[in-house]
Design a protein around this ligand. Structure first.
Ligand SMILES: Cc1cc2nc3c(=O)[nH]c(=O)nc-3n(C[C@H](O)[C@H](O)[C@H](O)COP(=O)(O)OP(=O)(O)OC[C@H]3O[C@@H](n4cnc5c(N)ncnc54)[C@H](O)[C@@H]3O)c2cc1C
Length: 457
């Protein structure tokens, strides 16, 4: 921050919150509920960050996060407080698995594999489930085997678990869908922490009793919008924060919307974005390494809207998993029809390395529809709307859905994750203990940071 600025022009508040995503907004909501004078500085012209909705033929579809998990109790409570209705995710009917180009259907959760492969799958899930229970959520770096697990990638653990080729392909598809990243890019310790934080791999990937159980009638993007509406002028958009100067008795926050002076600051932005802010005094090297090393995954969502839910009529749930060397841009497809059934929709996810390598523009449309036709028949060829949203093009998210940690970082720098830096406190889903990476984690972290600040005012 340049010291020739006129400090008398600074807006004075008790707390500045950097980032108007769910986490920052919930922190500000908690603070204003306790009569604390605060302001939220949001870089973009809209609030919500990784939550963003769009209107399609009268229905609200989420370009970003959308599902509420079975155990996301803070989010369900918030939804009730905001008067927002939810509905169960449609999942009745046969599911599809495209494994190395071979298509099979299944009724329940168990894929059509030979008994040997199913046994290997069961053994791997049980083993990883047992391992993740040894990772403490508040301090994963203190797990008894933390150093050993943090030296390895998820790919290494896959090898040790002796996965057969089909099981390994299914596992890769799950890791890509959950992190938007390759198993070789993620620390095994971080993976185990993440699974423990979210109740295990089964819960993470499943609909019923899992992380995809319900959706918001108005779209999850309406949650931050509604909180921001209530905060009114306390939310300033178009306010990119460029520097944070901690002077001990106050903190100066320089933004595109002007200079703010506060007693305390909560930073609720994704790690890579925090690393772009200039801190004075400078962030300690461990913290900087953590922020710069946490890499956002690749996730893009494609919505194909139809006049009828023809796949439901044919007995399909709309769920399809493409694993191994299957053709097509999507790793995961799901029924995304509006709550009242009036806007039938299939939603495809392009994730991880194959997602990144998928074609763009018209070629993407051709490849996407070819894959949907293969799954659900010729009617899939003619959507009435085709909408694609690639989160790697969002400069303020820098990818999605979550930042993953490569080997070595969690044990070396993890203890800095939530530790206040002078008068600066940390929120954002990546700092959550519970449900890290999800909306529920964003809430947990925002509320925790607000409580930390309240205890100091
Ligand atoms: C495609 C996709 C699918 C997902 N699916 C689900 C799901 O189904 N269920 C679920 O629970 N979660 C899901 N998630 C994750 C969920 O969206 C996130 O966990 C949550 O929204 C994160 O909120 P946050 O406030 O921590 O961060 P963000 O939403 O990233 O908010 C951070 C904010 O900080 C702002 N910012 C950054 N830098 C600055 C700066 N220098 N100055 C000022 N402002 C700044 C950004 O613009 C942004 O608005 C998904 C995410 C994506 C993208």
């Amino acid at each position: 921050m340049s010291f020739d600025v006129d400090l008398s022009a600074a807006d004075e508040v008790e707390v500045v919150v950097v980032g108007g995503g769910l986490s920052g907004l919930v922190a500000a909501r908690r603070l204003t509920d306790r009569d604390v004078d605060c302001v939220v500085l949001e870089a973009q012209e809209r609030v919500g960050g990784r939550l963003q909705r769009t209107g399609v033929r009268g229905a609200a579809f989420d370009l970003g996060g959308q599902w509420i998990g079975a155990r996301h109790s803070r989010l369900l409570e918030l939804a009730a407080e905001l008067g927002m209705e939810t509905f169960p995710t449609f999942h009745q009917g046969r599911k599809l698995l495209d494994l190395d180009g071979r298509l099979s259907t299944q009724k329940g959760l168990i894929p059509k594999l030979s008994l040997w492969h199913l046994w290997v799958l069961h053994r791997a899930l049980s083993k990883s489930d047992a391992m993740r229970r040894h990772v403490p959520l508040d301090a994963p770096w203190e797990a008894r085997k933390a150093s050993e697990w943090d030296r390895k990638t998820v790919e290494d653990v896959k090898r040790e678990l002796g996965l057969t080729a089909p099981v390994a392909a299914l596992f890769d598809a799950s890791v890509r869908t959950v992190f938007g990243a390759e198993p070789g890019a993620i620390s095994a310790l971080y993976f185990l922490f993440y699974m423990n934080s979210n109740g295990g791999l089964r819960r993470v990937i499943e609909i019923e009793d899992g992380a995809q159980e319900r959706r918001f009638v108005e779209g999850a993007g309406a949650v931050p919008e509604r909180i921001a509406d209530a905060l009114a002028t306390r939310v300033v958009t178009g306010a990119v924060v460029t520097s944070i100067t901690d002077q001990g008795d106050r903190v100066l926050v320089e933004s595109a919307a002007g200079l703010f002076a506060a007693r305390l600051v909560i930073v609720a932005a994704p790690p890579a974005q925090v690393a772009r802010i200039t801190f004075e005094p400078a962030l300690d090297p461990e913290r900087l390494r953590l922020l710069q090393g946490a890499k956002m995954g690749y996730t893009a969502k494609t919505f194909a809207v139809y006049t009828t839910a023809f796949w439901r009529a044919a007995g399909f749930s709309g769920e399809a998993v493409a694993a191994g060397s299957s053709e097509g841009p999507f790793t995961f497809v799901v029924d995304n029809t509006s709550w009242d059934g009036s806007v039938p929709c299939l939603l495809g996810f392009r994730v991880g390395r194959p997602g990144r390598a998928a074609p763009k523009g018209d070629e993407l449309r051709t490849a996407a529809l070819k894959q949907l036709v293969r799954f659900f028949g010729p009617q899939a060829a003619e959507p009435v709307e085709f909408i694609d949203h690639d989160w790697s093009e969002d400069a303020w998210a820098g990818g999605c859905p979550v930042a993953g940690l490569p080997p070595g970082l969690l044990t070396a720098t993890g203890h800095r994750l939530r530790e206040p830096f002078g008068n600066v406190h940390w929120a954002g889903t990546e700092t959550a203990e519970d449900f890290c990476g999800y909306m529920e984690g964003a809430l947990e972290a925002g509320i925790r940071a607000a409580e930390e600040v309240l205890s100091r005012l």
